[in-house]
Structures are given as structure tokens and as C-alpha cells.
Design a binder for this molecule. Structure first.
Ligand code: ADP
Ligand code: ASP
Ligand code: MG
Length: 603
């Protein structure tokens, strides 16, 4: 029975994770929250995950039958976890005296591409949900699932219910999207690993995007892409108490610290291609092959070429290693690579924070902290707001804790201003510049298509490369301590895998600081006779900015293909979720800018 509705009612989306709906008691508790919001005047959409460890159990069940379940059947199986939860949640709401209707992904109209087990959302129809809400129902939506255009059930990848929630919040223009989980909010690092981790009051979309994509499992990184793209305020809250949680929202001018959080991925594997011909098109073929197999590559490091050959290394999640090696081995043959090597038992530790853009010496400090703990750094990559290092897995927890406490994240910070908390306004919707959103969305092929928002070129930077470094703890620290002493703002840092016991580090500095930086390095190179310092004043740093650039393998592929087609060689490369930075020769700057802007449809 439809109720009288006087004005536009604000929509709130509440998502409950697995532990928050693990048993009848918890489901009842979650239902109570939804009913409360409804009685405060919101239209309520609830997104639920599978109960407890249901998804893990289903995966185990499948593996008890076959080592290689077909992805389509895997999705058919895994989607049942969420289907069970929505029905139970609807019943719990009924018991509390409100109307509720449960819907599967297909019933909502979550249309995805056909990539089973990690599908991406193409579109969501709002009609049925809006009708049900208008008729007074709480809508209970199954997270994590959708259907492709042939009505095959698909899933969005582990942790994907967060993405369903923010996507629904986006299309329904929700006032707020609340993510209820088993911790107080977003912490400075995983509280299960570092006991002194502290809850963050507020964090920017970009910082959360980087943290999530660098391993902070509290949010599915793709959910933050939606939130940022469609300006959805997100609040991560505990389901077991009334804690205010953490607000994820646009960046404010007030940064509370230089580093906001530390993330890590325990199981990383490194693949190195030795002796790649150093010419345009090589990176393109490699990344086209990996992108074709939908393998997200990470920490891509390319050495400055020597004698016509370069070495390229990149990491993949360890469970993607066999698939990645198949692709790389095939590509290596075509590219006439000297050899392909793989290293396992590695972990990636990253620090994230906006403050890095303006503070010098952040990298030096991180390297110092690791050196003090005797932890050897194998690979380094950086971007504007993150620094990642690859280290031995046995030292992962030590490194996370040392870096976390070393940057003072275990110390209380001042409380930051808060917005959007438990909004109860009725008749007002989230204010978004409709034109901006329309413009963004019109450039997307589907809701989850990547979005390159800008391509820029900076020819004011210079490159410095130090080769022949001993592969010991403290080497990176010494290099950056030397440069940092002169207050030089070091940008893109790349340290490649050591070969024959020797490592190399490249980084960029402002052109006007090049001579001074080289002088600052002199005592270091005098003390290490085997090292060689080279530099190049005539480089251009291209920056491709956007959302989801690392996890959407296609962006890298398109960038490399475009540059290769125009015979522009890539000298250095850094990737992050919000930026892709590439060093090319300065003479190519204008041409590169033009072709890349045109490739991504930018004016
Ligand atoms: P849900 O089932 O509710 O989706 P998840 O297990 O996916 O919950 O996410 C919550 C978990 O994320 C926490 O229990 C915590 O151990 C882990 N986690 C990792 N990094 C962080 C972080 N930076 N802040 C908070 N929690 C984190
Ligand atoms: N149930 C799915 C998983 O365990 C989705 C989710 O929880 O977000 O990965
Ligand atoms: Mg989760």
C-alpha cells in the first residue's frame, strides 16, 4: 500500500558485512538499525553480505570437488551466500513491524560485464527500487552480485558488497552510505596487526582509494571509486556499537598528519624480465597481454636502459603468479627477452597521505625507519600520496609496526571537523554539481569504467640514477638522507630489484635543484666507490590522473599502446590508484600530451 509522500525523501544506504549478519541475533540487530533510520524519515536501502565465513566455506566446498571450478559456476555458487542473507534480513525487518522486500542483484538490475568472479558494474536500474521505496518498503539488496547481459549471475570480487552499496548510493543519489563492520572505523593500519593503530575521524577519497588498493581490507577499493566519482559521503561504522566511525569524504585543506595510514599486502610475488629491448612498444605488448588476461600488475619498475636493454619488474598477488607467468612467458618469447625470473615470499608495505606532496624527507624517513629495524628494501615505488616498498615476508608485520609508530600514527592527533554524520534532514538531497556529474558520467562506457580526468606534462624535473648500490639495509636511507639534507623535494622514486647483488635507484628532482642534488650525493658516491651517479636534465614527467588507474588494467595498456604507436620510449614509470606517472624524453613532451589527451577524450 503506497503511502502519501509529501516531498523528496532522503535515501540512506546501510551495508552490513559478513560478521555483522553472522547469526540471528546480529541480523535482528542490523534490522533494528534499518528500521530506526526508516522511522527517522529516511528511505532505506540495506545491502548485505553473506553470513560470517559463508563465502569462504562455499569456495572450500567447490575446491573439494574440483581444483579448477569454472568461473561461471563459481559465481552461481557464491551468490547464494548473499541470497540467504537478504531473505533473513527481510524477515527480521518484518518482525519489527516494517515492510521489507529482498532482491537479488538480477532483480535490482545490476548489469555487469561478463568477467566472472570479478565483474564490473555497467549500469543499475533504479525503477524497481524506487517503486518499492515509495510503497514504504525497506529494500534489502544482495551485495556482491549482478547479472551480465545474457542473464548469467556474476560476482564483483571478494569484498564486493561495499561496491554494491556505494553504487546503489550513487544511482539513488543517497544522502549517506553507511558501511557497518566489525571495527570502529578506518584505522591508521590494520588493528588486527598493530595493536596501537588508531581510528581516523575523517579520510579523503584519494587516501582511502590508495589505502584500499594497497591492501587495507576494510573497504573494497572499487567502492571508493564510486563514492569519489559520484560524491557519495561514506561512513564506516561499527555494527556492534553506536560509535561514529570514520567519514570518507573529499579532501579538506586541513591535513592532520603527513602520513594518514599504513597498508600492506602480505602475499606478493615479483616477476622480472631481464634484457628487454629498450625500445618503444615493448612495455605496450607486455601490458596488453597482462591486461588481456585481466591480471592487475603492481609496482611496475623499469630501469633506465643500458646498452639497448632494460629490465622490467612488477609484482602481482601471489595467487595470480601462475596465470601471470603463463602470460609473461609467452610474451617474453615474442619480445626476445633474455630471461624471466620470479620471486615469492615478499610483502608490500605502503604509507599513504596527502602531506607527502608538500613535505620533504618523507621517503628518507621511511627508509630510515626500515633501516633501523634492519629490514632490506628490494623495490621502491612512489606516487604523489604514497610510497610502497617490497620487503621479505618474514619482516612484514615488523615493518608495518615500525613504520606506523615511526610516523607517530600511534599518537593521538587532534579531532578534525566532521560532516554528514547521521544525517536526518528530509527533503534535501546530497548536493552535487549536476553538471559535473553529468559530464563525468557521459564519458564513461559503464558506471565502473575508468575515468581519466587529466593528462599533464612537467618538463621542469630532472632524473638522477644511482647504480651499483650494495643490496643492504640502509642504502636507500643513505641516498635520500643525502639529498634530503639539502631540502630537495624528491618526486618519483624507483628502486629496482638488485641484480648480482647490486641495486639501482632512480628519482626525479626539480630541474633547478639538479646540480645541488648531485653535489649533495658526492660524499655518498665517494664513500661507495662502486656506485655510479648519472642524471638527465631533459626529461618530461607525464601524469595521467584519474580513478582506479591501477586496478583497471586497461589504462596502462592504452597509455603504453598510444606512446608506442608514436614511437615514444618510456624511461621510468610509477603507478597508483589515482595517478600514473611516466618519464619520457623532454623533446617528446608536447606530442605525448596531445596524443594521450586525445586517447582519453580530453579537450
Ligand atoms: P566486512 O565483513 O564487514 O566487510 P572486512 O573483514 O571486509 O569486514 O573488513 C573489516 C576488517 O578489515 C577489520 O576487521 C580489520 O581487521 C581489517 N582492516 C585492514 N586494514 C584496516 C584499516 N586500515 N582499518 C580498519 N580495519 C582494517
Ligand atoms: N561475501 C563476499 C565476500 O566474502 C562479498 C563481501 O563480503 O563483500 O567476499
Ligand atoms: Mg569487507
Amino acid at each position: 500500500m503506497a503511502r502519501e509522500r509529501d516531498s523528496v525523501v532522503s535515501v540512506i544506504v546501510q551495508k552490513f558485512g559478513g560478521t555483522s549478519v553472522a547469526n540471528a541475533e546480529k541480523i535482528r540487530h542490523a534490522a533494528m538499525r534499518a528500521v530506526e533510520a526508516k522511522r527517522r524519515g529516511f528511505d532505506v536501502v540495506v545491502v548485505v553480505s553473506a553470513r560470517g565465513h559463508k563465502t569462504d566455506e562455499l569456495i572450500e566446498l567447490a575446491h573439494g570437488i574440483t581444483k579448477n571450478p569454472r568461473p561461471r559456476e563459481m559465481d552461481m555458487l557464491l551468490s547464494t551466500g548473499e541470497q540467504e542473507s537478504v531473505a533473513l534480513m527481510a524477515m527480521a525487518v518484518h518482525e519489527l513491524g516494517e515492510d521489507a522486500i529482498s532482491l537479488t542483484g538480477a532483480q535490482i538490475g545490476v548489469l555487469t560485464d561478463t568477467t566472472h568472479t570479478r565483474a564490473r558494474i555497467v549500469s543499475i536500474s533504479t525503477e524497481r527500487m524506487k517503486e518499492l521505496l515509495a510503497a514504504g518498503n525497506i529494500v534489502i539488496a544482495a551485495g556482491f552480485q549482478g547479472v551480465d547481459s545474457a542473464m548469467n549471475i556474476t560476482t564483483l570480487g571478494r569484498g564486493g558488497s561495499d561496491t554494491t552499496a556505494t553504487a546503489l548510493a550513487a544511482v539513488l543519489n543517497a544522502e549517506l552510505c553507511e558501511i557497518y563492520t566489525d571495527v570502529e572505523g578506518v584505522f591508521t593500519t590494520d588493528p588486527r596487526v598493530v595493536a596501537s593503530a588508531r581510528k581516523v575521524e575523517r579520510i579523503s577519497y584519494d587516501e582511502m582509494l590508495e589505502l584500499a588498493s594497497l591492501g587495507a581490507g576494510v573497504m573494497h577499493s572499487r567502492s571508493i571509486e564510486f563514492a569519489k566519482k559520484f560524491s557519495v559521503p561514506l561512513r564506516v561504522r561499527p555494527s556492534y556499537s553506536d560509535g561514529p566511525g570514520t567519514l570518507i569524504a573529499p579532501e579538506t585543506d586541513e591535513a592532520n598528519s603527513i602520513v594518514t595510514g599504513v597498508a600492506f599486502v602480505r602475499n606478493e610475488a615479483l616477476i622480472t624480465l631481464v634484457g628487454l629491448p629498450d625500445q618503444p612498444g615493448v612495455m605496450s605488448s607486455l601490458f596488453t597481454a597482462l591486461s588481456g588476461a585481466k591480471i592487475p600488475v603492481d609496482m611496475v619498475v623499469q630501469n633506465v636502459g643500458r646498452e639497448g636493454f632494460a629490465n622490467v619488474s612488477f609484482t602481482v598477488a601471489e595467487d595470480e603468479l601462475p596465470a601471470a607467468m603463463r602470460v609473461v612467458s609467452a610474451a617474453a618469447e615474442t619480445l626476445k627477452v633474455q630471461s624471466v625470473q620470479q620471486t615469492t615470499e615478499l610483502s608490500k608495505v605502503s604509507i599513504v597521505g596527502h602531506g607527502m606532496q608538500t613535505h620533504t624527507g618523507v621517503a628518507a624517513r621511511m627508509f630510515q625507519i626500515l633501516a633501523d629495524s634492519g629490514i632490506n628494501i628490494r623495490v621502491v615505488t612512489t606516487s604523489e600520496i604514497k610510497i610502497s616498498v617490497l620487503i621479505d615476508r618474514t619482516r612484514c608485520s615488523d615493518a608495518v609496526e615500525a613504520v606506523h609508530n615511526g610516523f607517530g600514527l600511534n599518537q593521538p592527533t587532534r579531532t578534525l571537523p566532521d560532516i554528514g554524520r547521521s544525517a536526518v534532514r528530509i527533503g534535501s538531497s546530497r548536493s552535487v554539481d549536476a553538471e559535473v556529474v553529468a559530464d563525468i558520467v557521459s564519458r564513461l562506457e559503464g558506471m565502473e569504467s575508468i575515468l581519466v580526468s587529466d593528462v599533464s606534462a612537467d618538463t621542469q624535473q630532472s632524473r638522477i640514477t644511482v647504480t651499483g648500490l650494495p643490496d643492504d639495509p640502509g642504502v636507500a636511507r643513505d641516498v635520500f638522507a643525502a639529498v634530503g639534507e639539502g631540502g630537495v623535494l624528491v618526486d618519483m622514486i624507483i628502486q629496482n630489484v638488485a641484480r648480482d647483488g647490486k641495486a639501482s635507484i632512480s628519482f626525479t628532482v626539480p630541474g633547478e635543484d639538479l646540480e645541488r642534488s648531485l653535489q649533495l650525493l658526492r660524499p655518498f658516491s665517494d664513500a661507495h666507490k662502486e656506485t655510479l651517479v648519472t642524471s638527465d636534465r631533459h626529461i618530461c614527467k607525464l601524469t595521467i590522473a584519474g580513478i582506479g588507474l591501477r586496478s583497471h588494467t586497461d589504462v596502462g595498456r592504452r597509455v603504453f599502446r598510444t606512446l608506442a604507436t608514436h614511437h615514444i620510449n618510456v624511461q621510468m614509470l610509477n603507478t597508483s590508484e589515482i595517478k600514473l606517472s611516466i618519464v619520457i624524453a623532454a623533446v617528446e613532451a608536447e606530442r605525448a600530451l596531445k596524443i594521450l589527451r586525445s586517447e582519453f577524450g580530453l579537450p
